[in-house]
Ligand binder design. Structure first.
Ligand code: ZN
Length: 294
């Protein structure tokens, strides 16, 4: 069993005018040996509307393949009153009733511990919905922001203990290492991981921090220093989630490098089978409360 915790539908509206529909995700899942995928919404947040897929699009597409696709909803923290007191209960109740199992992908250009974000995180916790966050540094025009060492994320984890946060994105993954430069926080750092990284420290300290392995940033973090990466997978086997962030129709298997890497981990016994199974699907099933309905 393999669950992709991070997939998308929609149209990439900048250079590549390609629209990705549920049926196309399904054929890729079949080709890549993936059983189920969480489909994340983006365009409730203006900074994320390049994929042109909001919660309604996600719900509609997922409804064509209810055994394979798991819908996530998205609420922009600025929606409604643009205030830290906005009550999102009416939306969360509706989305949960319609089958949403998580919130994401959350990527407004705001500080991660902005009071409006904290408000959304609190309410997500009340509904037991894990929140997939994207951390990106400027000049990228989207993505939550945090200072070096991730003090804002730490504050979120501390004040919202009921909320599962799923880390993702270049700035998050750059912080797997200590002594991260501003340039490294914007991209895909190479070379050995230095001790003292914020991500391992926070993963160890806070039970509510998880991470998905998706995108170039997840793959890069695990493979830039392979022996560190393998130890990291083993150490945090209860809190890591396989994912692709596959969002462009023309992406080939070679471009979505995490897929072959993840299969290799099992074939070549690079990590324990127990750890592999948890990262492949057991942790996801637990977060999605998947056993309840399937
Ligand atoms: Zn994504």
């Amino acid at each position: 069993m393999l669950i992709d915790f991070h997939a998308h539908i929609g149209r990439v509206s900048q250079e590549r005018k390609e629209s990705l529909e549920a049926s196309q995700i399904i054929s890729r899942l079949d080709e890549w040996g993936i059983d189920k995928a969480c489909v994340l919404a983006l365009s409730e947040t203006p900074e994320g509307n390049y994929l042109e897929a909001d919660t309604e699009d996600v719900l509609r597409e997922c409804s064509h393949f209810p055994k394979r696709l798991i819908p996530f909803c998205l609420i922009d923290p600025r929606f409604g009153l643009n205030s830290p007191d906005m009550d999102f209960t009416f939306l969360l109740e509706e989305y949960v009733a319609r089958g949403c199992r998580g919130i994401g992908e959350l990527l407004p250009k705001m500080s991660i511990d902005d009071p409006r974000c904290l408000n959304l995180f609190h309410q997500a916790g009340r509904f037991k919905l894990p929140v997939v966050i994207d951390l990106h540094s400027r000049p990228v025009s989207y993505g939550l922001e945090d200072a070096p060492g991730l003090p804002g994320l730490e504050r979120v984890l501390r004040v919202c203990p009921e909320t599962i946060i799923v880390g993702h994105g270049p700035t998050f993954w750059a912080e797997i290492s200590g002594q991260v430069s501003a340039e490294e926080r914007q991209g895909y750092p190479s070379g050995p991981v230095k001790p003292g990284g914020a991500v391992p420290r926070l993963m160890k300290t806070y039970p509510n921090l998880f991470a998905d392995l998706s995108a170039g940033s997840g793959y890069n973090a695990l493979t830039r220093d392979l022996s560190f990466g393998l130890d990291f997978l083993e150490a945090f086997q209860d809190k890591l989630l396989f994912g692709t962030d596959y969002c462009v129709r023309s992406h080939t298997r070679n471009e979505v490098k995490i897929i072959d890497f993840f299969h290799r981990l099992k074939q070549e016994k690079l990590i324990s089978l127990d750890a592999w199974e948890k990262i492949a699907w057991k942790n996801a099933a637990r977060l999605l409360n998947y056993d309840r309905k399937n």
